[in-house]
Write a protein that binds this ligand. Structure first.
Ligand code: URA
Ligand code: SF4
Length: 212
């Protein structure tokens, strides 16, 4: 089938076989140049029967090394917030808008670099296939990159966070946009950080309500 007949899909994205087949196929993805410097693809974590899908930005340094999403500092913050919202992390499907780590080398360190719109668009067939396969009751975009990937337009997180966007995609799955957990890590003031954490938890609780 040609790409014209499967809008949004790429021939290297399998359309059967579940998440396992997607994960395996993504190991060979050359959809953009990010595979080249990354250690490995970081696909997703969690059951394909999940009612809630959480979408992050891209794997970080730890995730790149371990091959699992949200295992570094941002992941710990996310786990804490899920706990506070009474959500079992094992019950949610966790993935990223971009599946390879983008970074800049500074000496021995690898410094996280935001994925560009071209990377987000190149990687979106994977996210699309995940949505199609998992069919969650609600999707949560963690930050601007995930929101861009899911809405195909640039949004201001401050303006739309916490709101429920009905039928964000053609499948009619509602979307809740919130902040990225790493934004909480950057807050130095304790009161500010606590308030931001509370607001993040509120958004996750809203997503639970939407999932029903
Ligand atoms: N940040 C993300 O957006 N995703 C991860 O998997 C880890 C950190
Ligand atoms: Fe493919 Fe996405 Fe990796 Fe780019 S970042 S090579 S599109 S899996």
């Amino acid at each position: 089938m040609s790409d014209a007949e499967r809008p949004g899909a790429q021939e290297w994205v399998p359309d059967g076989g579940g998440v396992r087949a997607l994960r395996r196929a993504a190991e060979d993805c050359r959809g953009c140049e990010l595979w080249r410097d990354a250690t490995q693809v970081v696909f997703s974590q969690g059951p394909s029967s999940a009612r809630m899908m959480l979408v992050g930005e891209q794997p970080g340094d730890r995730e790149d090394l371990e091959g699992e999403p949200f295992v570094g500092p941002a992941g710990r913050m996310l786990s804490e917030a899920l706990d506070a919202a009474d959500i079992d992390r094992d019950d949610v499907y966790l993935t990223n808008a971009v599946k390879h780590f983008r970074f800049e080398r500074r000496g021995k360190r690898r410094i996280h670099e935001k994925p560009g719109v071209a990377h987000i668009e190149a990687c979106s067939p994977w996210l699309d296939a995940e949505l199609f396969t998992v069919r969650p009751k609600v999707v949560v975009a963690l930050g601007a990159t995930a929101a861009r990937a899911l809405l195909h337009r640039t949004v201001r997180i401050g303006e739309i966070r916490g709101t429920v966007i009905e039928a964000a995609d053609s499948r009619g799955i509602p979307l809740v946009v919130t902040v990225h957990p790493s934004s909480l890590l950057r807050l130095r003031d304790r009161a500010e950080r606590e308030a931001a954490f509370r607001a993040f938890v509120d958004d996750l609780e809203r997503a639970v309500e939407v999932a029903g």
